[in-house]
Design a protein around this ligand. Structure first.
Ligand code: AMP
Ligand code: ZN
Length: 481
């Protein structure tokens, strides 16, 4: 389906722009800043990949072949996005008394598991920073003569050597300077490390030889090197969370400009998802006490409810995480799963011909919504509407809903009511035991033995099971969160 023209918000120009691949033969080339694998991803991090997945699925829906690269940061990201603090990987390895490689492998695997649970499609390529050290050094060697200077602590990029430094961040120098910790000898506060030398007499857990001495690459270098290597320059879309608009991406752009010897930022579009926040503010890994996807699953919440919660908001709006928001998304997801499965039963012997007019109109509305800078909230309304249509061929309705789900990624084709009812890890009672007690209670009620039926209900409540008489979605019970 081609339909409406795809329009995306470009953070670089701060405006909506029509999207078409720069090279139609290559299709859409997208690079997403990946996780720093020193800890589990929190739900905010995962919002960033629900966003990139929605973007990728939309590009596929529009018929563009997609090449998507996500990197894994296993070196260089300091505890501050600027040049201060410890390397996050080193700090985690020391704190957990494990090797950096074990830390990276463990959290990379956990991250990939999260994406699977969220039905995020695999990228065309995962690229790991430490697999590209030689290329990072070669890149730095090329730009160093004209754009860098060496200090005792490392090789620094002189941001005054490229045009329009910080354009992406909106050139808010006053704000930016205040946030960047000073490094003795830097020519400008915004200058940043390309290579960080190991302090004399100190051995880092990860270090490599370079023309500037033993050390490790600066964090921004990896994304310039890997995006240009795998996608060519300029490519189509670079994504990340909105925090990257301030430091990481302006620095990548500066490096890309230096490397190509031109004004080009390296990517046509720069797109940023807004934060997931909770009542205490932005979720962050370094704050600790963050909520992981696994903690939701352990509490009995299906991970796709979190995906739906993300889709209910626009990716450029802040989204507040709350138990109520999540419970509402879970209920909506249940309703979708039940409706689709009922349609499946009805559609079994119907033939899906061309979409009847009301279905076709809603497919167009869905297309218009996602083409409007990925307006998933509006797209979900089109899905609801197609499912609510009366007196149309159920096979056509089902086909349209599943087509829409190609973009939404809620697995509506297979998701069942039973699958949505997860048993919390802490629950001390099995589903079989609950069903058996509920059967006894039903019997007691049939015999009008209300004392016994109430006692059974109380016993279940004691075990954390809420009996749901007359639940509109047909659930008899749930484990209270
Ligand atoms: P990190 O693992 O810290 O490198 O971050 C991975 C991705 O998550 C980056 O694109 C960040 O910009 C993004 N991110 C970090 N915190 C949040 C948040 N609270 N909400 C949404 N995205 C976030
Ligand atoms: Zn990056």
């Amino acid at each position: 389906m081609q339909g409406a023209a795809l329009t995306l918000y470009n953070s670089l120009t701060r405006s909506m722009e029509p999207f078409a691949p720069l090279d139609p033969e290559k299709g859409a080339r997208v690079y997403s800043c990946g996780p720093t694998v020193y800890n589990y991803a929190h739900l905010g991090n995962l919002r960033a990949y629900v966003f990139t997945d929605t973007l990728g699925r939309t590009l596929s829906w529009k018929g563009y072949p997609l090449t998507h690269v996500i990197n894994i940061t296993d070196v260089g990201h300091l505890t501050s996005d600027a040049d201060a603090g410890d390397d996050k990987m080193e700090a985690a390895a020391r704190a957990q008394a494990k090797s950096i490689w074990d830390i990276a492998a463990h959290y990379t695997e956990a991250f990939k598991r999260n994406l699977k649970d969220l039905n995020v499609r695999e990228p065309s390529r995962w690229s790991v920073a430490t697999d590209h050290i030689a290329e990072m050094i070669a890149f730095a060697e090329k730009i160093a003569p004209e754009h860098c200077y060496e200090l005792e602590t490392g090789l620094y990029f002189d941001t005054s050597t490229v045009p329009d430094y910080g354009r992406l961040a909106g050139n808010q120098d006053d704000v930016r300077e205040g946030r960047i910790d000073p490094v003795a000898g830097k020519r400008h506060p915004q200058d940043f490390a390309i290579w960080r030398k190991s302090p004399p007499g100190e051995q880092r857990l990860m270090e490599w030889n370079s023309p500037w001495g033993v050390g490790a690459p600066g964090w921004h270098l990896e994304c310039s090197v890997m995006s240009l290597k795998y996608l060519g320059a300029p490519f189509d879309i670079h994504t990340g969370g909105i925090d990257h608009r301030e430091i990481h991406h302006p620095n990548e752009i500066a490096q890309n400009q230096a490397y190509c010897g031109c004004g080009d930022s390296g990517s046509h579009f720069w797109m940023h998802n807004n934060f997931l926040v909770d009542r205490q503010g932005k979720m962050s890994k370094s704050k600790g006490g963050f909520t992981t996807l696994q903690s939701l699953i352990d509490a009995g919440v299906h991970p796709l409810a979190y995906r739906l919660m993300c889709l209910q908001a626009h990716y450029r709006s802040e989204l507040e995480f709350s138990a109520e928001n999540l419970a509402a998304a879970l209920t909506r997801l249940k309703r979708l799963a039940i409706t689709v499965s009922a349609l499946r039963d009805k559609a079994a012997d119907a033939n899906a011909g061309p979409a009847p007019q009301p279905v076709a109109a809603l497919l167009d509305e869905f297309d218009a919504a996602i083409s409007d800078d990925l307006n998933t909230a509006r797209a979900l309304v089109a899905l609801d509407a197609v499912l609510a249509l009366k007196r149309v061929d159920p096979a056509a309705q089902l086909a349209a809903a599943l087509r829409m789900d190609d973009v939404l990624g809620l697995r509506l084709e297979t998701l069942s009511r039973q699958e949505l009812r997860l048993r919390p890890a802490s629950a001390g009672i099995t589903a079989e035991a609950i069903e058996a007690q509920l059967a006894q209670r039903k019997q007691a009620r049939a015999e009008k033995d209300f004392t016994r039926s109430d006692a059974l209900r109380d016993a279940l409540a004691e075990a954390g099971v809420e009996v749901m008489d007359g639940d509109p979605l047909g659930w008899d019970w749930r484990i209270a969160l």
